[in-house]
Design a protein around this ligand. Sequence first.
Ligand SMILES: *Cc1c(COP(=O)(O)O)cnc(C)c1O
Ligand SMILES: [Zn+2]
Length: 415
Amino acid sequence: MAAYELRCRECGKAWGNQPRSICDDCFSPLEVSYDYDALRSRVSRESIAQGPPSMWRYSGLLPLPENYQPSLPTGFTPLLRAPHLAKRLGAKNLYVKNDAVCLPTLSFKDRVVAVALANAKAFGFEVVSCSSTGNLANSVAAQAARNGFQAWIFVPSDLEPAKILGTQVFGAKLVRIAGNYDQVNRLCSQIADERRWGFVNVNLRPYYAEGSKTVGFEIAEQLGWRLPDNVVVPMAGGSLITKIKKAFDELVTLGLVEAKPVRFFGAQATGCSPISTAVKAGNRDIEPQRPSTIARSLAIGNPADGHYAIKAITQSGGWSEDVSDAEVVENIQLLAETEGIFTETAGGVTVGTTAKLVRQGRIHPDEITVACITGNGLKTTDVLTGEYEAETPIAPKLSEFETYLNKSLPEPVAV
Ligand SMILES: *Cc1c(COP(=O)(O)O)cnc(C)c1O
Ligand SMILES: [Zn+2]
């Protein structure tokens, strides 16, 4: 067997390595599986530490072509202690994994696209494509430009302006669809059957999804090769949360961290909460929803990995919650004001959900909890419209400023 190959998640049939995401025998999703005995002799904490300060330090644990030379230093984002936010939430041991500063396009999607395009090149695709709720569009467009692919990007027409522009600027062909993400995705599956295009989240999906493991690898390494007690993860298609779990499981299997129970907590916006609704109702499968939320990056009503996300959450003893659009905005502001991190709507969902879980007593203050911030606030500034007063300008004179200061401060400042 090669170092890795595709296998059916349900019947276990091996499919080798090819651009394919579904098992023809049982119509279940395919996943990359590895020969862990071979990996054990090749990957150690030391070999990882000698790698570059990017997600490529975990190349040995990813499905990459032999001697693959990456073109960009993606990932290895900061894991920050968040003491001020923790205090406000009533927690103590809170960390933020900050993919708002992931390169090249400021979301965790850069990780999945990096692995997908490595495989697109190996499979000989000249055109890469995706259906996207925004961040994936930005990332495919940028990395396609960098790696010499043509890019065709399909998005719902109501995306944030910054995410549209942040796709077009890279020279990608952007097709806006008058429909929601689930309709866009269905169209892409049909196009993928017609054309020899590498759709990163359709026919390349098993490879793409493995890129999300690097979030989990980094959390463990940055905690000093330890697993946290809890992780809180925003969910759209539900892939990221399952892959952080896979990453932790692999590190245990390979003897790189000590085994430890980790609880997985999913976060969604109430206006699109098929996974959290199922978890709360005790269902094993999701019922599709029609999304209506400002958290557009998470607005997938029929999540491809919903079933597996529910399983990861419930089997770990975790939970899933959802928050209103108003809470999303409040929690974007809270994270910014307490820790100096400007996240997009998905991050507001994560912080709001973490707050709720602490209040519910599902997350204990002393436990090590990592909240995954997955995207950057500069892409969704439209949701803050009206939150701040437009100040009237004052003349550039000290006296004017003194007057302004006296008006703004209710009490005189003691000098
Ligand atoms: C896509 C996305 C997610 C969720 O990813 P899934 O793997 O589809 O669940 C979370 N946050 C942001 C900012 C995203 O763009
Ligand atoms: Zn099968």
